[in-house]
Design a protein around this ligand. Sequence first.
Ligand SMILES: Cc1cc2nc3c(=O)[nH]c(=O)nc-3n(C[C@H](O)[C@H](O)[C@H](O)COP(=O)(O)OP(=O)(O)OC[C@H]3O[C@@H](n4cnc5c(N)ncnc54)[C@H](O)[C@@H]3O)c2cc1C
Length: 236
Amino acid sequence: MSLIGGGPAGLTAATYLGRLHRRVRVLDAGRSRARWIPESNNCPGFPQGISGTNLLGRMREQADSYGARFEQATVTALARAADGFEVHTAQGRRWRAPIVIIATGLCDRLPGFDHRDDAIACGALRLCPVCDAYEVTDKEVGILGLAAGPFPHARFLRGYTARLSLLPTDEAGDADDLDGIEARILPAGGRLVFDGRRCGYVVDGADRFWFDAVYPFPGCESSAHLTKAGRGDAYR
Ligand SMILES: Cc1cc2nc3c(=O)[nH]c(=O)nc-3n(C[C@H](O)[C@H](O)[C@H](O)COP(=O)(O)OP(=O)(O)OC[C@H]3O[C@@H](n4cnc5c(N)ncnc54)[C@H](O)[C@@H]3O)c2cc1C
């Protein structure tokens, strides 16, 4: 069978399937969200924490030990075939598989600014409050996103810190949207910068506000369209 996606979900499935004596080919574009994790502290069995790349490496090694085969490939379409599915990739290769498992996760849309990836690597820019808000307890935290959008995130993060600011990317919001949650609302339309340790929010090229961590919420993309494979058709 073919398994699309080699992140934690796909690799877990590959290990289980290998141990069920199933032959599995993992087709993976190599962009697991977990690769961004500087150090995960909620992963069971790792009380000292573990980085995302280390975790992915170990999980891949485990799946490999039960016979999983790995292909670097981006699946662009699935087509139903008489005996299962035909899998099409951006690299021009095709595979047939009686069963396909889709474990493609999601892909964050990220704000663009210089050294952004370094900011993620040191935890100054964070992408998953459920995963790591504990690490910003009582710290200075910014939430970047649509003015009307960050409200549920503000509610969640307010449980960790009282030093909360909203960094709106548009003017559409209203302080009333916060529904009583205490947070500073900064002027809209600023840009993020990174000084090697912290992210700052610059407004009108002058005022600069610094944070221990900024959580951006510009949304995400996914390969969910692959699930629409219909009989005899390729869906893209
Ligand atoms: C900065 C950061 C910190 C985090 N910290 C933690 C933490 O501490 N603890 C925690 O539990 N979680 C954490 N997370 C969340 C965690 O990374 C995700 O929950 C996890 O990676 C989801 O696993 P997944 O296998 O579903 O998806 P992913 O890890 O995203 O893997 C999906 C894989 O599918 C591939 N793929 C997608 N589309 C296609 C396609 N069309 N063809 C081929 N391959 C495709 C991708 O390239 C990728 O390799 C964090 C995330 C981030 C970004």
